[in-house]
Write a protein that binds this ligand. Structure first.
Ligand code: MTE
Ligand code: MO
Length: 521
């Protein structure tokens, strides 16, 4: 009878020589590097293909989450000790803490594999949670961290497994080299591809806790009629239309941002983020509109913009006589030709850094974009702006000009029915017909609604909050059964009615009357 008694075990499975503890520490570091490297690369790729909201890889996410939870005294200490390098110091600190944790986990794993792997997984979950708590993060954003953590666990389990130290595989140098190389290369490639993405997010988050310098704007009650189905007077950032030529949204570290004023000026000047931050900011209500907006279309939105007036910057440079245009350039090469006058007159043309109180979303131009009341976006609202060249329409052309669009673009007076929607079925009786009308930088004086061939009748206008924004209107319609056509038309503050003639968006904006067909039962 053969039995395997405990006493025979030492002979069948000879005692392995205990591996030095520091091997475990190195394995922990390599596992950590692999995790961070793969997560960084995966995050960059996910952002590039638009599959994520562009959340940073775990390191920056942890740093960002840390900043948001830092008590003011610690923040003050960091700023006074590290100055403008405080964000970098924090990133370095996060890396150091993480490295120590990984080494410790690696040592634990080399003695108690399961315990070590569990702790490693817990650290990974904390990293994933940090990513999830970042503003605007979605479920997909945790994928890179999960992938990286899984790779780290796989490496660690292989490294600590008995076979890893069996004869022949006893030398850990090979796996350290391969694991370390893969971790370093992916980390490098990820940071390269992700550009300044992580630092950009940190710099954007930092603006959140920075108090706004300047006076706060009050939006009058009654600017929003709050009719169900009517677009809100202020469009939330997440719902705001987005139009640009950028395939990958530029993610600029605000601390690296600079704006040059060049061309026909007395002195070329350059300002950086810190200088801009020191300026007295203004808040302005401006309704942005895309020239491509069709009659009844939704490429229009209204927001509160906070920024420094462009005219103050231009005044510092001193535009020369004869100049009539400012060629704005974005970091991604997009250009817009703005009439010089629109940037130097008393309207609220801003170098905006906030949108509805939030730092500009990356999609809407963080760190700095231009917003000019009264002009279509393609000739004025440059996102990620880096240069303003004072010049002439004779000398320079903007991005869209050779592509068949106008060199200048004042917004045309227009109006839209939001509710009832085209094709809606409504009950006979009182129906609220409501929508928006706009004639930016002139203002709306009257909106009229027409049902079928009946006379045009005045709608009730919302409180006038600004001539630079759209204005809501509502019309109480006694709807009778049948199919009806409902039309709207707007008058600007000079009494000029919008053009009823149908024109396509190109080259300088669509015109025509918005009409919806509604079934009444
Ligand atoms: N850098 C850059 N800025 C840009 C554009 C662009 O393609 N690139 N498009 C412009 C156009 S056509 C419009 S309508 C507005 C839209 O701004 P939004 O995406 O914030 O709504 O941005 C303008 N600024
Ligand atoms: Mo546009």
């Amino acid at each position: 009878m053969t039995t395997t008694s405990p006493a025979t075990r030492p002979e069948t499975a000879p005692q392995q020589p205990a591996r030095p503890l520091w091997w475990g520490a190195v394995d922990g570091l390599v596992a950590g590097l692999l995790t961070v490297g793969l997560a960084t690369l995966a995050a960059a790729l996910l952002t590039a293909v638009g599959g994520s909201s562009g959340q940073p890889a775990p390191i920056a996410a942890v740093s960002g989450a840390f900043i948001d939870r830092t008590p003011p005294w610690l923040k003050d200490f960091a700023i006074s000790t590290f100055g403008t390098n405080d964000k970098r110091a924090l990133l370095v600190g996060t890396v150091v803490v993480l490295a120590i944790a990984c080494a410790a986990v690696g040592m634990l794993a080399s003695r108690h594999l399961v315990a070590g792997l569990v702790v490693f997984a817990v650290v990974g979950v904390i990293g994933a949670a940090a990513v999830l708590t970042r503003p605007g993060a979605g479920p997909a954003d945790v994928l890179p961290t999960i992938l990286g953590t899984a790779a780290g666990i796989w490496y660690l389990s292989r490294a600590a497994a008995p076979s890893a130290s069996a004869a022949g595989a006893a030398d850990p140098g090979r796996r350290w080299l391969i694991g370390g190389a893969v971790g370093a290369v992916t980390a490098f490639a990820g940071s390269y591809l992700g550009g300044d993405s992580a630092a950009a997010t940190v710099s954007r988050d930092a603006l959140k806790s920075t108090p706004v310098k300047g006076t706060k704007l009050a939006i009058p009650a009654g600017a929003d009629l709050e009719v169900p189905g009517l677009t809100p007077y202020i469009v939330p950032n997440a719902d705001f239309y987005r139009i640009d030529t950028a395939i990958v949204v530029p993610r600029i570290d605000a601390n690296d941002w600079k704006l040059k004023v060049t061309g026909m000026v007395d002195r070329e000047i350059e300002i950086d983020w810190k200088t801009l931050q020191g300026k007295e900011m203004q808040e302005a209500l401006v309704t942005l509109t895309c020239v491509s907006n069709e009659v009844g279309g939704d490429l229009i939105g209204n927001a509160v913009w906070t920024g420094w007036p462009v005219r103050e910057l231009l005044a510092m440079a001193g535009p020369k006589a004869g100049a009539d245009m400012v060629l704005q350039t974005s970091i991604d090469g997009f250009t817009a030709s703005t009439p010089l006058g629109a940037l130097t007159d008393d309207r609220n043309a801003l170098l905006a850094i906030r949108m509805n109180g939030e730092p500009l979303p990356f999609e809407h131009g963080f760190p700095v974009r231009v917003v000019v009341p009264g002009l279509y976006g393609f000739v004025s609202a440059t996102k990620w702006v880096t240069e303003l060249k004072v010049t002439t329409y004779a000398a320079d052309v903007a991005y869209w000009t050779p592509r068949g669009w106008s060199a200048t673009g004042p917004i045309k007076t227009a109006s839209r029915i939001d509710v009832p929607k085209a094709g809606a079925v409504v009950k006979a009786g009182a129906v609220a017909v409501a929508g928006v009308a706009w004639a930016q930088h002139t203002g709306i004086s009257k909106v009229e609604v027409q049902v079928d061939q009946q006379p045009w009748t005045a709608a009730r206008l919302a409180v006038d909050a600004s001539i630079d924004t759209w204005r809501q209107w509502v019309y109480h319609w006694e709807a009778t059964p049948g199919s009806h056509e409902v039309r709207v038309r707007a008058y600007d503050a000079k009494g000029q009615v919008q053009s009823p003639y149908e024109a396509p968006p190109a080259p300088d904006g669509a015109t025509g009357i918005h009409v919806v067909t509604v079934r009444v039962e």
